[in-house]
Design a binder for this molecule. Structure first.
Ligand code: AKG
Ligand code: FE2
Length: 326
């Protein structure tokens, strides 16, 4: 029977012998090759910081609709020019959300200055809590990728240079930090229905486009993953654990060895908060199967910027054409 492994990653983060790091790295690779999901404990993130982050998210969503409109992308607020980062209301797919960029983006970079969507800056004030939380997501994300590098016999720092290119004149990572809120709506219409089992959903079936997603589901479950042929499994809530899943870009970078698995959120009778951090490399990162993968390449080379622009078109929350009625 499939289960979602829980991996204690403390040996990766804290002083430990090389063999323990290799063992954990192999478990992570195995989880990504099979289930595509795992939960991490032993990550060393302060529980108070997680609680404070939840409070920040609630503070954002508890504002009035008019106040939230200030942060909305152009489609919902014609006074704002941002089309990618910002607030999207629940009318789009049942959940409302706020997409934030790195607080460390190189603001002098030409793509930022030109207003490239993937390089849009934050309007919501990034306070100390958000910065600390971002730093923790980044620390965990880098260690997960170092584990993958180890498990693929690469230099352990192989991915580091692709994640942050500021030292070579780039803008930095284009990772997205998202706050998701699923309001409780009386007789809500599901955003879609499970293709195989008719389950009413508040987040449609999809795969993430990034390298890894590091998700905090606050107290209330509802996230499900596809385990085989249209069978879905609940991702249990483990207090203060993070749910990790492989994104499509890492699947591509590993020539399909690691699997990006479909997931969705059930329509619940109670409100729900989730906080995903989509770990992404910098814009011009070439996504070409890793040098230690010797079999025939299944994918053409592409830069991350091109890849994610194409991939985002599939997501309802990013369908922001003027003519789109949702
Ligand atoms: O809310 C969740 O648990 C998952 C959300 C999700 O899959 C996403 O935002 O990509
Ligand atoms: Fe997702």
């Amino acid at each position: 029977m499939t289960n979602i492994p829980t991996i204690d990653i403390s040996p990766l983060l804290f002083q430990s012998d090389e063999q323990s790091k290799i063992d954990i790295s192999k478990s992570i690779r195995h989880a990504c090759e099979t289930v595509g999901f795992f939960q991490i404990i032993g990550h060393g993130i302060d529980k108070d910081l997680i609680d404070n982050m939840v409070n920040e998210a609630q503070r954002f969503f508890q504002q009035s609709s008019e106040e939230k409109q200030d942060y909305a992308v152009h489609k919902w607020n014609r006074l704002n020019s941002n089309t990618y980062r910002g607030y999207f209301p629940s009318s789009i797919n049942g959940k409302e959300g706020l997409d934030l960029c790195s607080p460390y983006m190189n603001c002098e970079h030409k793509l930022v200055k030109k207003g490239d969507p993937l390089h849009e800056l934050n309007k919501w004030k990034i306070n100390e809590i958000l910065i600390k939380y971002w730093d923790e997501m980044w620390r965990i994300g880098i260690e997960l990728l170092r584990a993958i590098a180890r498990a693929f016999d690469l230099d352990v720092f192989y991915f580091d240079k692709f994640l942050d290119d500021r030292s070579t004149g780039g803008a930095g990572t284009i990772s997205t930090f998202r706050l998701n809120f699923y309001p409780q709506i009386e007789n809500a219409t599901p955003v879609s229905i499970g293709v195989d089992d008719g389950e009413p959903l508040s987040c449609e079936e999809h795969c993430d486009g990034c390298l890894f997603t590091i998700l905090y589901q606050h107290e209330i479950g509802g996230l499900q993953i596809e385990i085989e042929n249209g069978k879905w499994m609940d991702v249990p809530v483990i207090p203060y654990a993070f749910v990790i899943n492989t994104g499509k870009c890492l699947e591509r970078w590993t020539n399909g060895c690691l699997k990006a698995v479909k997931h969705r959120v059930k329509l619940l009778k109670q409100e729900r908060l989730s906080i995903p951090f989509f770990l992404e490399p910098s814009y011009s990162t070439p996504i070409i199967p890793l040098p230690t993968i010797n079999c025939t390449h299944k994918y053409d080379p592409i830069t991350y910027g091109q890849y994610i622009t194409e991939s985002n078109k599939k997501f309802k929350e990013y369908q922001r054409d003027e003519n789109d009625s949702s």
